[in-house]
Design a protein around this ligand. Structure first.
Ligand code: NCD
Length: 305
């Protein structure tokens, strides 16, 4: 099965064969990133516009690098330096940029569903680079590629996602994606940061880290999304880290080949200790490298239609 869609909006509606196809393409394209001359002409003449209404380091840079390595022309619109600050609506911005005939928009927005709304209003491809608390499909794809590379499979693995599940689009995309690929997903966090509907998505819930760490093949640590918390959901950061920080002590109970992952940006000392983030189980920088490969695959496949 290939990937013949106009847009990549989420993982929830993807078929297993489509996920496999994107990951396979990413594996093939990844090699380009290690060449002395890291550029191929595949997307020459294509135009990619990055439309980011929220901060981003890794996602925006890696989409940009991915597009450039495939020879596409890229333009970046950041909310703070565009007409968005003059009150232009998201749709007007899209329509104006569309009049310049780009092929792909890569969109990050704080409103869940914003890229979906845009996708219905343009013939250009839309890639969701994170919409509110909803989905972050390219992150889940790069996470799956990283796990596959280290474990050789996704099927039958126990993946533990720890932290602020409620506000995490990374958690949602990974829960959908990993389960489609045959992994079992458990989420762990304080009751105020684990949404009640998460079991309906198929994930197991656990509130005590000590109970779920020993079974985990992979631990995905999440950042506390303070910018999305309307009210104080934790007594204090210190209390959070006392109960949920992934540190060396807690990993004594983990499998000897456990993988530690984090989508970044990390709050060192809050959800993850430095010795774990920089330690032997960590594949956090592999995730970043795979981010470029996965985004090359996504842009390449969308540009083929
Ligand atoms: C994540 C995001 O923006 O959703 N970061 C990322 O894209 N690598 C996670 C986060 O912000 O905590």
């Amino acid at each position: 099965m290939g990937f013949n869609r106009k847009d990549l909006l989420g993982i929830q509606d993807l078929e297993v064969g489509e996920i496999e196809h994107i990951l396979e393409q990413a594996r093939i394209l990844k090699e380009i990133n290690t060449r002395a001359i890291k550029k191929v002409p595949t997307l020459r003449g294509k135009t990619v516009v990055h439309l980011f209404y929220e901060p981003s380091t890794r996602t925006r840079t890696s989409f940009d690098i991915a597009a450039k390595r495939l020879s596409a022309d890229t333009y970046s619109i950041a909310a703070s330096t565009s007409s968005i600050v003059k009150g232009e609506t998201l749709l007007d911005t899209l329509k104006n940029l569309e009049a310049m005939h780009p092929d792909i928009f890569v969109v990050r927005h704080s409103a869940s569903g914003a890229p979906h709304m845009l996708a219905r209003r343009t013939d250009a491809s839309i890639v969701n680079a994170g919409d509110g608390m909803h989905e972050h499909p390219s992150q889940a794809l790069l996470d799956m590629l990283t796990i596959l590379e280290h474990k050789g499979r996704l099927d039958g693995l126990n993946v533990l996602i720890v932290g602020d599940i409620t506000h995490s689009r990374v958690a949602r995309s990974n829960i959908w994606g990993l389960q489609k690929m045959g992994s079992k997903v458990t989420v762990c966090g304080p009751t105020t940061l684990v949404p009640p509907d998460i079991e309906a998505m198929g994930a197991k819930v656990c509130y005590r880290l000590e109970e779920c760490i020993p079974d985990a093949d992979v631990i995905i640590v999440l950042r506390l999304q303070k910018e999305r918390q309307q009210q104080m959901l934790l007594p204090s950061l210190r209390e959070y880290s006392t109960c949920y920080c992934i540190n060396r002590d807690r990993l004594k109970k983990a499998a000897r080949d456990v993988l530690i992952m984090h989508p970044g940006p990390m709050n060192r000392g809050v959800e993850i200790s430095s010795e774990v983030a920089d330690g032997p189980y960590s594949v956090i920088l592999d995730q970043v490298s795979n981010g470029v490969a996965v985004r090359m695959a996504v842009l390449y496949l969308l540009a083929q239609r």
